[in-house]
Write a protein that binds this ligand. Structure first.
Ligand SMILES: Nc1ncnc2c1ncn2[C@@H]1O[C@H](COP(=O)(O)OP(=O)(O)O)[C@@H](O)[C@H]1O
Ligand SMILES: [Mg+2]
Length: 272
């Protein structure tokens, strides 16, 4: 709606995890490196925690894009609110197993584990590493489900795992994992995304605008500072504030967004 008015090719602040918009803040960069290290070195499991909206799913999607198909076979599970058997089936399906009965009552755990084992062995023979990314992993509460995930990590050679699990989730994920000692021992890499600082928030906004086609200044320095203060440096909130500011500025035919516009739209948000 406002794109042409602001000289943009597309909307810059959509709350969708589109890797084209990734801004390499120091913490996102470090998070990405750690996840990449875990898969390259075939560690058992890596976890990435962070509050809602800090960029976990975006980094998960970026991993999917970065991991070359020549070397990796990657499964992605978006919603792991599943029972033990359902989760094993989701893992199997995400890795390309087909032909499992659709009725849960007809499926045996051992059969699913066997199928997963076959896929892992075949991938290894083909010279491929296998990775399963589980997003929203903080919703996994059941001990039995953690036990199922631990079983998956039993597929290993002497010096490496045949499967690397990357678990992304809100901060509660850490407690869940720590209370499942057996699983916890297999987590080789941990990282946490916090909020961005003022400088990163500033550069983040400019970066997303640039990708969307606008290089000239649009937000004043005062506006950028206000965006940082009101968003607490959380990308999802920054996007929301910037999007509403652009809409408001368009409605009023402004040439720039200043801190007054930012304050106004954040008042509206607070009133939600
Ligand atoms: N480093 C980043 N660069 C660009 N956009 C980001 C970054 N981190 C988060 N975002 C954006 O913020 C929004 C929320 O991120 P998301 O990955 O969905 O958060 P989470 O999964 O942690 O709740 C998405 O639109 C995402 O693209
Ligand atoms: Mg997410």
């Amino acid at each position: 709606m406002y794109e042409a008015y602001w000289g943009l090719k597309e909307k810059p602040f959509e709350n969708t995890p589109d890797p084209r918009f990734l801004y390499h803040s120091s913490q996102h960069e470090e998070g990405l490196y750690r996840l990449l290290y875990a898969v390259k070195e075939q560690k058992g499991a890596a976890i990435m925690t962070g509050v809602f909206g800090c960029g976990k799913t975006l980094l998960g999607r970026t991993m999917l894009r970065e991991l070359s198909k020549d070397i990796y076979r990657v499964g992605y599970i978006m919603n792991p609110q599943l029972s033990y058997l359902e989760l094993l089936m989701a893992v199997a399906t995400s890795l390309g197993v087909s032909g499992l009965p659709s009725k849960k009552t007809e499926v045996l755990t051992n059969v699913v584990l066997d199928e997963i084992s076959k896929v892992l062995q075949n991938n290894m023979k083909d010279g491929k590493k296998t990775v399963v990314i589980i997003d929203e992993a903080h919703v996994i509460a059941d001990k039995e489900v953690w036990e199922g995930l631990r079983l998956l990590l039993n597929f290993q050679l002497e010096d490496r795992f045949l499967l690397t699990l990357l678990l992304l989730g809100q901060p509660e994920l850490k407690e869940s994992i720590d209370s499942n000692k057996q699983f916890s021992q297999r987590v080789a890499i941990r990282c946490h995304l916090g909020h961005m600082n003022l400088e990163d928030t500033h550069n983040y906004v400019l970066h997303r605008l640039k990708i969307a086609g606008r290089e000239e200044q649009l937000f004043t320095e005062g506006a950028l500072k206000a965006i940082y203060e009101k968003s607490g440096g959380i990308p999802r909130r920054i996007n929301h504030i910037c999007d509403l500011s652009l809409l408001t500025g368009f409605g009023r035919k402004l040439t720039h967004i200043d801190e007054k516009v930012v304050s106004e739209v954040t008042k509206d948000l607070e009133g939600e």
